[in-house]
Design a protein around this ligand. Structure first.
Ligand code: TMP
Length: 205
């Protein structure tokens, strides 16, 4: 069985940079790895991603179901096959984004989200979740001049604050699985801390 690693964080936290850096290190170490992002990673999911981020006429329920649908497609056709070949899967966002954004951010029912997450993934959870923790106002500054059509970047600071608090609550509930790092640290120190944890998990298995 392979190893499943997820990156989470608010907009501008640097999780895409860090997931790419981890993938680069894995490749350099000649470990078989796959790098994917959510929503996305399959042709259908990439197609739906554009609408989820830039579309209009999307209610909170439609949004929740579309995130779950793209996740089901990614788990079925990319994540499970890679893990069963013994590969390391690095995923930029996963079920915790839905709990943080649709649950804490939009106030949708947590129990319903948990059920949908379970259905979409068949209960598949990662061995490690890296949370790049950053106060959302700083994330906003980092993203200034970002995409004005991005439905999530257009949300107000209070929404992103709820998302941020949600992430911290999720991490506090499962400290063994979550590695919480201060995203304002230099990129290289973050990359080394993540790399050390991955090696530690590999050594324990
Ligand atoms: P990205 O900015 O990391 O590419 O992610 C796209 C946006 O989608 C981001 O603003 C967070 C949002 N999102 C959710 O609201 N729920 C989810 O389940 C996922 C995967 C992403």
């Amino acid at each position: 069985m392979g190893l499943f690693i997820v990156f989470e964080g608010v907009e501008g936290s640097g999780k895409s940079t860090q997931s790419r850096e981890l993938y680069r290190r894995l490749q350099k170490a000649e470990l078989e790895a796959v790098l994917i992002r959510e929503p996305g990673g399959t042709p259908t999911a990439e197609y739906v991603r554009d609408w989820l981020i830039g579309g209009h006429d999307i209610s909170p329920l439609t949004e929740l179901l579309l995130f779950s649908a793209t996740r089901a497609s990614l788990v079925e056709s990319v994540i499970r096959p890679a893990l069963s070949k013994g590969e390391i899967v690095v995923c930029d966002r996963y079920i915790y984004s839905t709990l943080a954004y649709q649950g804490y951010g939009r106030g949708m029912d947590m129990g319903a989200i948990d059920n949908l997450n379970g259905i979409a993934t068949g209960g598949l959870e990662p061995e490690l979740v890296v949370l790049l923790d950053l106060p959302p106002d700083i994330g906003f500054q980092r993203k200034r001049g970002g995409d004005p059509n991005d439905r999530f970047e257009r949300e107000d600071l209070a929404f992103h604050q709820r998302v941020h608090e949600g992430y911290n609550a999720l991490a506090a509930n499962d400290p063994k699985r979550w590695l919480v790092l201060d995203a304002s640290l230099p990129m290289e120190s973050l990359a080394s801390a993540i790399w050390d944890r991955v090696l530690e998990i590999q050594a324990e298995r």
